[in-house]
Design a protein. Structure first.
Length: 145
């Protein structure tokens, strides 16, 4: 008789692989798009969470800033749009030099060079996206038990 291994709910979760991170990132952008009537402060949180989750991947990092730029333009927020243009110029350089400020939310009102601990609301959105896009582990079935 084989025993199934189980992990306590409080055990640390392994870091998501690139495919899982991309799925969670897409989930966050989809959630942002599905709430066009939500207050801007709430919608920015979805984009901030996508930025933090995707910033270690050049394509996802680029996509997060293009989404932020499009939203800033839609809001007619010139300061934010200018900040996003600057960040789009810095993204390739940051990846090339491996100088990414982890946890940084990617907005124009924070330094583009400062590592951060994201706000709890951003962290919760990332966790939910990771949970909702997780693939359940395949457990072998017990034969002849």
């Amino acid at each position: 008789m084989r025993e199934r291994l189980s992990t306590p709910l409080s055990a640390p979760r392994p870091a998501p692989d690139a495919q899982h991170r991309r799925a969670a990132f897409d989930h966050l952008l989809t959630s942002f798009a599905r709430q066009p009537d939500a207050p801007p402060a709430h919608r920015w949180r979805w984009l901030e969470a996508a930025h933090v989750l995707g910033q270690t991947s050049l394509p996802l990092h680029w996509r997060s800033h293009t989404a932020m730029l499009r939203y800033a333009l839609a809001l007619r927020d010139a300061r934010e749009a200018a900040g996003q243009l600057l960040r789009l110029a810095l993204v390739p350089l940051g990846h090339l030099l491996a100088r990414l400020p982890l946890g940084n939310i990617g907005r124009s009102h924070v330094s583009a060079f400062r590592p951060m601990v994201p706000a709890a609301e951003v962290t919760v959105l990332m966790q939910k996206a990771l949970e909702e896009t997780a693939i359940a582990p395949a457990w072998p079935t017990d034969v002849g038990v």
